[in-house]
Structures are given as C-alpha cells and as structure tokens.
Design a protein around this ligand. Sequence first.
Ligand code: M6R
Length: 605
Amino acid sequence: MCGIFGYIGKRELKKTLLEGLKRLEYRGYDSAGIAIVNKDSIYLNKVAGKIDDLASKVNFNIPMYNTCGIAHTRWATHGAPTKRNAHPHVDCKGDIAIVHNGIIENYLELKVELLQKGHVFDSDTDSEVIAHLIEEYYAGDLEEAVRKAVQRLRGAYAICVISINEPDKMVAARNGSPLVVGLGDDESFAASDVTPMLRYTKRVIFIKDGEMVVIKRDSIALKTIEGEFVKPEIQQIDWDAAQAERGGYKYFMLKEIFEQPRVMKDTLYGRFSKDGNIEFPQLEDWKDYLRSLRRISIVACGTSYHAGLVSKYFIEEIAGIPVDVDVGSEYRYRYVLPDEESLVIAISQSGETADTLGSVRKINDKAKTLAISNVVGSTLERETDKVINVNAGPEIGVASTKAYTAQLMTMYLFGLYLAQLKDKIDIRDYSKELLKMNEYVEMILREDEKIKAIASKYNHYDNAMYIGRTYNYPSALEGALKLKEISYVNAIGYPAGELKHGPIALLNSNFPVVAINPNSRVYDKMLSNIQEIKARDAKVIALVTEGNDSLNSLCDDIIFIPNIKSVFSPIPIAVAEQLLAYYIADMRGIDVDKPRNLAKSVTVE
Ligand code: M6R
C-alpha cells in the first residue's frame, strides 16, 4: 500500500503536493517524493524517509513554471526503502514521471524486454517499468501511450502520469488499487483516497477497475482502458478528514479487517509460476539447504507467535520437518541448539519487536535466519539472512488483523514450497484454495451484521473462553488475545482437550465459550467438549463449517465459515474473531485503535 496524489490547478504546487501527501502518510511512510512539470524539464525531489524529511529538502524559493505535479508516499514491496526506489519514477529522458500504488506481477518480464530495447533503469522497483513502457509507446499522445502501457500490465495498480510534453494534463488509471479524482474550481486532483482533496472540494469520482482518466484543471475525460468513453458518476463527500483517512470506517481496525480480501491477493502476487509452482526468488540459492533441513525454529511475539503456531502444524504435516515455536522473550533466554541444518524463522509485523530481534541476534550465525515481515527495511529484515514480505500494507490499529492473515498466507505458501522442494505432495490441491482465499474472507465479511448482533448479546460479559484443537488451537489463542486487548474482557484461549485439566472449573452461565469446530479430523472430539460445556450451563458460540446445521440446537449462536480444508480454516476463523472482538470492544465504548497500556510496536523488553 502506498499513497499517490496528483494536482493540476492554480495553487502553489510544492506546498499543495506536500500537504496532500501528508494526509496520505497513513498509507506508507518509508520514502516519499514529488515531480512537477517545470519549464523544460521535470523537477524531481525524493527522499528515503517521511514526508517531513521531504519537506525539509524542498526549496520553496525556486519558482515552478507550470501547474501540474504528482507525489507519492511509499510502503515498499519491491526494492528497499531507499531514495532511488522512492517514487516518482521517470523514463530514460526524464520527460515522463509516474507514481504507482500496487504490485506489477509481470514486471520482471517487462523489464527484460525494455532492457533489451535499451532502456536504462534506475531503481529495483516493479513500478519503474511503467515509466519506461509509457516512454516506449509515446508518439506525441500521452493518453494513448498510457493506454498501451497499462494494457501490458498484470497485477494491481493505481497510477498517475505527467509529461513535460503535455504540461496541461495528468493521466491516471486504475486496476485493483484505489483511485479518486476530485473536481475543484479551476483545479483537479487525483489520489488514493479523498483525504488530500477534501479541504478544496467535496465533488469526487471514484475511478473503477479498468478505467483511465485524463485530468485537466477545468475538465476530465473518463474512458475504459480500451478507449470507450464512460459517463462519470460525481459524488458529494461529507466525511471529515479523519473519517476519510479511515475510508469512512469508525476505526482503522475495522478498515483493516475489511481490507483482507485485497491483502489475500497481494500476499499471493508473484508467488506462483506459470505452471502453478510456488516461487520464492529470494530463496533460489537456498534450495539445497532447504531440501536437507532437519529442524525449523520459529520465534515471534503476540499475534505473530500465533501465526508461528499454525505454521508449525502445517509445515510438520505437509513438509515433514519438525518445527518448534517460541515467544521471543523465552527463546532469547533459554538454552537453544541452532546448527547448520536448522533454520530460524522470525515472524513480525513491524520487524521492530525487541524480543524477536533479541532472539535473532542470539543466533549469531550459528544457523540461517529468515524474516517474515510486513515492513520492508525494518531492523529485522536488515539483521536476517533472507526476507519474505507479507505485503499487508501499513497496519495502524494496535490489534493486528490483516498482518496476521497475511502472515498465515505467507507461511502456508512457504510450507507448500518446502513440500514442493522435497517432492512430497501435489501442491495444486492446496494452492487452488489459497488462490480463492480472498473470496472465503469476503464470505465472512458478509456475515458482519450477524456477528455484530452476536456481539450485542455478549458484550456485557467480563470473561470468555476460546477453545479449539490442532490448527485451531492457535485460533483459540488468537481469538482470546484479540478480545482481551481491545475490550479488556478476561478472555483465555485453551486447547479444548485441556478443559478437564482445570479450566472447566471456571465455567458457569456467566462464562461464554467460543468453540472453534470446523469440519476436521477432530470434529467429534470438539463436539464432546461442547457438550461438556453446555452441561455446565455456559453459553457457546460455535464456529462451524457452512452447511452443518447439526449444532443449531446445542449451541447458543453459530458463525459459519467456508467449506475449505481445515488446515486453511484459521484464516476465515481469524476474520470472524476479529469482527466479534471489534464489535464487543466498540459496544463497551473503548477506543479500539488505541487500547490502554498498549503500543503498536513493542521495541523494549
Ligand atoms: O510487530 P510484531 O508482529 O512483532 O508484534 C508482535 C506483537 O506485539 C503484536 O502481535 C501484538 O500482540 C498485537 N497487539 C496483537 O494484536
């Protein structure tokens, strides 16, 4: 996720672009830049760092001769967060500048083609190919060149393009990443969302996938990328700036929950070859080592630790490699035996968690280390041997949501990759479900109102227990963590088989239980546990596979999850748990994005 902004009109350009960009900072903040159509060249200013760093480098005294410019705040996916990888990117001559939000899946093949034609690249990004493709097709008509270029792109994009040869316009296009055009008084805007334009205009057009738009200061022309005119639907926006940043959602957490279908797709980008095999280009030179791995140790904290636990079950089952999982604060102080045939995987959304970093530092070259992280360029990424990014985009809510499901998706892919290397299974049966995970997540999101109604029945309880077995024992831990951290309910997660070893003593009519029981080989075992709980008068909210109506009379409330392999059920189950926790916390009047005593990144022990 990145933020793009374009402006054409009467205002002082540098200031307008920087102010607009500042509104988009929540979308990414590892590097930033602006490009302005000047007298006879494009003025370009980029930095590695935040928008304030960029602003401090811009000389406002140099006058600009034109009224059109673009800006970008980056959340790195391809290429480190450096100045050369910051946007805008320009073509070989520096006549065309582009900003891009999204992931271009086929950028490598396009880059090879363009290199063969003599184009010179300046960055490691997927985005730069767009500038060179437009240059390749440019024959005096920017709109036509952009049209031809975007027809070659596979993946997700929202782009905004300017050219020194046509200073009176911006050309923008969208497929899979958000793009909004704002219509002002003798001025126009293009941006990832409405936040940078709200102070100037409330009249906006939400561009749809497959559309492109030529934007002038007093007019716009909207077409499909095939060139057919489209009648623009102008909408009046009544949100204030803070609401707009959250896309109209009450809290970032809810927005991030609803982003998960998109995240599921982004996490898969570039992971499958044309013949359906799983690819991790960064692990190419590790293939022999991974084939002969004897042990994996996973270290992580909080929600990332739960992603590690699910990974253990999956990797052991699918790839036959023993996996142990530790919370960072234990691993770093216990006696461990890393060696050359083992791999230490550190999972962390932020890549800055002190105990996870401490664990990796402890390895000190005794074993190889792999980071599974959401923040490109984080300390963890710099201190591990290899990195896989989960591509969830910036996560702002303190409660981790989309980063967790992206971690799960990444670890499923990694487990399948290990199995593929060891020729263990035909991965296609598994990958077809992963490729549809966005749809399964959407199914849960469509249950939003039902889950909200369940939350309204249970929000006054001060205790809750989550139980599950095998793959969904970690789901029980994660559901309980989500609820306790944002609602202050005393929620505990247990492996269901442990009930009789103590926790069942807690249960009575004031202690609701969330029982996670999708179709699986432990279904009947869980059923017995549910019966034991009901015999203690406790209320049961059951998560079961759609089509299973047999628990309707036994349980108090049911949430259906899609009919998928039980190994993958932790993803849709996590989404249902997130919604339940969110609504309970909101109904208890808590600031969901900023729960007491917590910070987004725990950078101290
Ligand atoms: O950035 P990390 O993934 O390393 O963070 C780990 C935990 O601090 C984090 O998951 C925390 O538990 C969240 N508040 C959970 O929602």
